[in-house]
Design a protein around this ligand. Structure first.
Ligand SMILES: NC(=O)c1ccc[n+]([C@@H]2O[C@H](COP(=O)([O-])OP(=O)(O)OC[C@H]3O[C@@H](n4cnc5c(N)ncnc54)[C@H](O)[C@@H]3O)[C@@H](O)[C@H]2O)c1
Length: 262
């Protein structure tokens, strides 16, 4: 096995579930030391056991990414535990309320923006000084296909995810000279607790297949591999990118009733 993340210290937010857990496990298998962050303790302890079983050193820090004090404590915990920070995967997010904008509650809007957009801002704000002190590093923000496309009934989620891509590009410009690369991964649909809530547990396979040129549901590990590549030195000349990991879904439109060629 190539340990492309050998001894790099990585923070992963939203590590208790779904794509964050899959990313943490692959980072661990590739040799990274991990600081797992999430507001969910139980899932966090499960991920912690999984990454320690994969052979790495790791700690879990209960964190609400929408709270500045929690994010500052997360970075401090990283420095206290491992003495440096090399990579950050800012992945925590929620789908939140679904409504047309005229019916969208202000509380629902503020909750989604607070976690999915302000959360990524706070993470980068407090991670960057630690990355600079370590000589540079890599940030991977988790956007969505909703970073470049609308999604009916999800205006706050789409606004936040567009914002994540815009911030990613801007921060990549501002900190390139500090040897910090900043990229976004834009996942399509994977089977996670979030997508099961959105699509319904029984429907997800068929719905995603019907809108995906590669004609299947991708695995969380297939998304995580792209995230880990962007964390690693193997992507050393990639910064400011928004990488779609979606089985080709954003490559064009599918006319209803149309069949994709075999
Ligand atoms: N699953 C998909 O198909 C898909 C598609 C596009 C984008 N995404 C994005 O990928 C990321 C992960 O999604 P997932 O599908 O794994 O979802 P998930 O619900 O399985 O996991 C999200 C994790 O984030 C944590 N979290 C939520 N709010 C938090 C907060 N305020 N502070 C700290 N942790 C918090 C949750 O506790 C959970 O462990 C999200 O940003 C999501 O928008 C997922």
């Amino acid at each position: 096995m190539i340990e492309s993340m050998n001894k790099k210290v990585c923070v992963v937010t939203g590590a208790s579930s779904g794509l964050g857990r899959a990313t943490s496990i692959i980072l661990a298998k590739k040799g990274a030391k991990l600081v797992l962050a999430d507001r969910d303790n139980k899932g966090g302890e499960e991920t912690l056991n999984l990454v320690i079983s994969a052979g790495t050193e790791a700690v879990f820090q209960k964190t609400d990414v929408s709270k500045s004090g929690d994010v500052q404590a997360l970075v401090q915990k990283t420095l206290d535990t491992f003495g440096r920070l090399d990579c950050a995967v800012n992945n925590a997010g929620i789908e939140g309320e679904r409504n047309k904008i005229g019916d969208f509650s202000e509380a629902g809007w503020n909750q989604i923006i607070g976690i999915n957009l302000t959360g990524v801002f706070l993470c980068m704000k407090y991670e960057i000084p630690a990355l600079i002190a370590s000589g540079g590093g890599s940030i991977v923000n988790i956007g969505s296909t909703a970073s470049i496309s609308g999604v009916a009934t999800m205006p706050a989620y789409v606004a936040a995810k567009h914002g994540v891509l815009g911030m990613t590009r801007t921060v990549a410009m501002d900190y390139g000279a500090d040897n910090i690369r900043v990229n976004a991964v834009l996942p399509g649909s994977f089977r996670t607790p979030m997508s099961e809530r959105l699509y319904g547990n029984d429907n997800i396979e068929d719905v995603v297949k019907s809108i995906t040129p590669l004609n299947r549901l991708g695995s969380a590990e297939e998304c995580a591999e792209a995230v880990v590549w962007l964390c690693s030195d193997q992507s050393s000349w990639v910064s400011g990118a928004g990488l779609s990991v979606d089985g080709g879904r954003l490559s064009g439109q599918i006319i209803p009733g149309g069949v994709m060629p075999k």
